[in-house]
Design a protein around this ligand. Structure first.
Ligand code: ADP
Ligand code: MG
Ligand code: MG
Length: 884
């Protein structure tokens, strides 16, 4: 026996979404609970999938099931398909498991032909209506099924209106409509070489095939890609008897949400049009009325609708998006689904549904995509603003900004200090641009990906950024950028939207982020449910207090290198690096000590009561020196002018040092604790700064918890050496200051060897923090900066990887090493505190993994803290069964 490919609405239910698609499953569910749904049936997604697997052909047995189902529909409506007296008309509607609004078109009024149109006219005693249905049908069928270009029909419509001298479609006379029908048919004959099909059964067969075909059309493919909808789930086809909203002034059609989809307010929200059909409401032919006025128009219908909306919402336990039609004063439901909504509406709806006793806290937590929260935490463009979009890049850091464009960090800083709002445009940014980035309202780059320097730094600072916008042709020399052939010189005002990647001309109105009471309440629930703690990565007191504001319960990573980059300090840092003797180096370090002490004082103070993990200097020293190319240029100039031999001499010495320090592979070079092994005095200076700051704060009566983190450890021996430097310094300071400091010393686990020897290291460390950026690079043997811009996209495209491992933690490989590290570490030290820092710490899928593998905390950028809090709670709910 053939598989069941066809389900009458009364045979299905909501839980059959996979098979019937969302639209079909919900039509069935509404039928089951007794709502007024025009009868019909659904052809399954399975039939669609088989259509493709057997080479674009409907599977055996499909039509044999369609015709009896149609007979059932005829019986329940009392009409007959193709009948010359009382013809049944149907709509043919696509509907996949996930709603793909407007991606695949629906055909209405199917079953009309030269005979049935006369019957429709006679039965309704409305010739105009019948011919209007007919011309709409031919137009939709011609466009969607026969693939005749839309404009062909539009042209005829325009001519008809012109000939008759009217403005609106609804004013067309029966004669005009008849003329249109005959013109449409001629066009179809000309474009397809065949007459328009008069047999309703042929019409239905062709329409069903067209829906299956439309699953693979361009916009559907693009929509699925953007929304991460699988390509292999197929669409169902719904065949449903027609009801008519265009039968006169007692008929109409509309769309409504049970709550406001942009604010979440609990009030019906929607629009309707009287005497209109199907897509007229969305198509903007006439301006629809707000749903509230339906109460004045027809109180009875309005009340019925309010009733049904309430029923649907409590039945589905979520906000619904409903399509309805009124035919001669009778209400019909044509669709319901969980309504799409903004992030703030999503939170308000979830919180209110909990308070209304409809859903539990855990369900509320699961209703919001963690990434959605990001939209709430940044300034964004006013949704009513009219935008002139010039180009699109990657949405690298959310939020929006307007400002005068500048092309160098110095200029950004100069204008920024003068109180100007600027957008910094660079091909890509480097750590040298930090101050420019800080001074700018937003960052725009023509190269680089989602984890490029500009992107990472901007997200970290919570600054909007659009990256990798290759439409930009930057001319630094002339101080201008060319976009689509138009020049924009320095000082021109542009805007960027880092949430969508848009680059916009001129200034745009912004709205501030609103951290509503609901939002706080909601995240409070997340904290109740979550097991993982969420900390933040912060390098300054401001970032630290931001992080606190977003609910971080500590700092999991303070990087000290940014502190060394400060322009006031760079000469001292360089002096330290260039020092010929230990004495010279200690001299430079002595100057850095009080500065570092102030840095740590500020952060520890901002985080009083909570722990602060400070990582010792990590990058290779040449990052603090000028580039050799720049030096060579300067030296050459000095040689030519011969004016400043002293300077020339210094520059030459600097160049020699730069060359000496240059490495073939800096990532695997002289960095991390390897610096401390070579130059213990650097480690001692940093440790002293941490403990002196701590001593001061303790004396001020504050409760502080410093933790010192050793980077890039390969094994126990190195760690013991580093730890001794730190412990000894702590002892010295405690003695000098006569005060007890409670501190911890732990390590990053970012070299695979360290994970494999975690039992050894665990014995002597207080905590591990998995540095998943480096750990990913070293486990996979991928250099991030080389891979992301170049061959990683190919891997993704060829499906060798599902996601970028620098964005979503690679559970299989890197995750396995983390698991080994966790288990070995705990086996020798049950008290070991375990967490991760780095970009993965704020990415929901990776957070879930951290939960599963048994970490104690994740640490991420301050602005991602709420996202991680929600993801941590969702991880508990998702993995509930496994954990018991
Ligand atoms: P989409 O998925 O693009 O929303 P739909 O299949 O929901 O497409 O249909 C498009 C429009 O046609 C909607 O306004 C819908 O209400 C209307 N429509 C669909 N089927 C019928 C029907 N049987 N009777 C009247 N209107 C219908
Ligand atoms: Mg559709
Ligand atoms: Mg619809």
């Amino acid at each position: 026996m053939a598989k069941k490919y066809v389900y009458l609405f009364r045979e299905g239910k909501a839980s059959m979404r996979d098979l019937l698609g969302g639209k079909g499953a919900n039509l069935a569910e509404m039928t089951q609970i007794g709502l007024p749904v025009p009868p019909g049936f659904t052809i399954t997604t399975e039939a669609c999938n088989e259509y493709y697997s057997i080479g674009e052909n409907v599977p055996e047995g499909t039509w044999e099931q369609v015709w009896p189902a149609l007979t059932e529909v005829e019986a329940s409506t009392g009409k007959l398909f193709g009948d010359k007296k009382n013809p049944l008309l149907v709509s043919v509607r696509s509907g996949a498991k996930f709603s793909m609004p407007g991606m695949m078109d629906t055909v209405l009024n199917l079953g009309l032909n030269d005979d049935t149109v006369e019957a429709l006219a006679a039965n309704t005693q409305n010739e105009r209506f019948a011919w209007d249905c007919y011309r709409r049908f031919i137009q939709m069928f011609g466009d969607v099924v026969l693939e005749v270009e839309h404009y062909v029909f539009e042209q005829i419509l325009e001519i008809a209106k012109e000939k008759q001298g009217v403005r609106y479609d609804s004013e067309l006379s029966p004669e005009s409509l008849k003329w249109m029908v005959s013109e449409y048919k001629k066009k179809i004959q000309r474009h397809t070489g065949k007459p328009f099909p008069m047999d309703p059964r042929v019409q239905l067969e062709l329409a069903v095939l067209a829906v299956f075909r439309s699953w693979n059309n361009d916009r559907a493919n693009v929509y699925r890609r953007i929304n991460n909808i699988p390509h292999d789930i197929g669409t169902a086809v719904n065949v449903q008897s027609m009801v008519f909203g265009n039968m006169g002034s007692d008929s109409g059609t509309g769309v409504a949400f049970t709550r406001n989809p942009s604010t979440g307010e609990s009030a019906l929200y929607g629009e309707y049009l009287m005497n209109a059909q199907g897509e007229d409401v969305v198509a903007g032919i006439r301006t629809p009325n707000p749903i509230a006025t339906l109460a004045q128009e027809n109180l009875d219908i309005y009340n019925q609708f309010v009733d049904i909306s309430k029923r649907l919402e409590s039945h589905y336990r979520d906000m619904q998006d409903i399509e309805f039609t009124i035919e001669r004063g009778k209400l019909y439901m044509l669709q319901t689904r969980n309504g799409k909504r903004t992030a703030s509406a999503a939170i308000r709806v979830a919180v209110e549904l909990f308070h209304e006793g409809v859903i539990t806290k855990e369900e509320a937590i699961m209703r919001i995509e963690p990434e959605q929260l990001e939209h709430l935490l940044h300034r964004r463009m006013d949704s009513d603003a009219k935008l002139q979009v010039l180009a699109k890049g990657l949405p690298a850091s959310p939020g929006a900004a307007s400002g005068r464009i500048v092309f160098s960090a110095e200029e950004a800083e100069r204008l920024g200090d003068a109180g100007e709002k600027v957008i910094l445009i660079r091909t890509e940014t480097t750590p040298d641009d930090i101050r420019g980035i800080l001074a700018a309202q937003g960052i725009l780059t023509s190269r680089g990906g989602m984890t490029s320097h500009a992107a990472v730094v901007s997200r970290h600072m919570g600054k909007p950024a659009v990256c990798g916008c290759d439409a930009l042709k930057i001319d630094y020399g002339q101080g201008l950028v060319v976009i689509e052939g138009v020049e924009y010189s320095q000082g021109t005002v542009l805007s960027i939207d880092g949430s969508t990647g848009r680059v916009i001309k001129g200034e745009v109105m912004m709205v501030d982020p609103e951290l509503s009471e609901e939002f706080k309440e909601f995240l409070g629930w997340a904290d109740e449910i979550a097991r993982l703690k969420v900390m933040a990565n912060a390098d300054t007191p401001t970032e630290a207090s931001n992080a606190r504001g977003y609910g971080a319960v500590g700092i999991g990573l303070t990087r000290t290198e940014h502190m060394f980059m400060d322009p006031a300090r760079i000469p001292i840092v360089q002096a330290m690096i260039l020092a010929q003797t230990l004495e010279e180096r200690e001299d430079a370090l002595a100057k850095l000590l009080p500065m570092q002490e102030e840095d740590f004082y500020g952060i520890l103070k901002a985080m009083q009561g909570l722990s602060v993990t400070i990582r010792l200097l990590d990058p290779p020293l040449h990052e603090f020196l000028p580039h050799s190319e720049e030096l060579i240029v300067e030296i050459t100039k000095l040689k030519i002018t011969q004016k400043d031999p002293v300077n020339l001499h210094e520059k030459e010495a600097l160049l020699r040092k730069v060359r000496a320090l240059s490495e073939l592979n800096p990532m695997l070079g002289h960095r991390g604790c390897r610096l401390g092994v070579s130059f213990p005095e650097i480690t001692v200076m940093q440790a002293r700064a941490i403990f002196q700051a701590s001593a001061r704060l303790l004396k001020e009566g504050l409760d502080i918890h410093p933790e010192v983190m050793i980077p890039l450890t390969m094994g126990k021996e190195e760690f013991i050496m580093m730890r001794k430097l730190v412990d000894d310094t702590a002892q010295d300071v405690m003695k000098e200051q006569a005060i007890q400091i409670n501190y911890k010393v732990g390590t990053m686990i970012e070299v695979p060897r360290a994970a494999l020897l975690a039992d050894e290291i665990g014995k002597v460390a207080d905590f591990f923090s998995f540095g998943t950026n480096d750990l990913t690079q070293m486990t996979m043997g991928l250099s991030r900066d080389d891979a992301q811009g170049k061959f990683l996209p190919v891997y993704l495209e060829k499906n060798l990887m599902k996601t970028d491992p620098f964005v979503v933690l690679d559970r299989d490989g890197v995750g396995k090493l983390i698991g080994i590290g966790v288990n070995l570490g705990r086996s020798t030290n049950p008290d070991l505190h375990l967490g991760i820092c780095g970009e993965h710490g704020g990415e929901p899928n990776s957070v879930e993994f951290c939960h599963i593998v048994g970490l104690d905390y994740v640490s991420c950028s301050p602005f991602r803290v709420p996202i991680a809090r929600l993801a941590a709670a969702q991880a508990v709910v998702k993995n509930k069964d496994q954990s018991k």
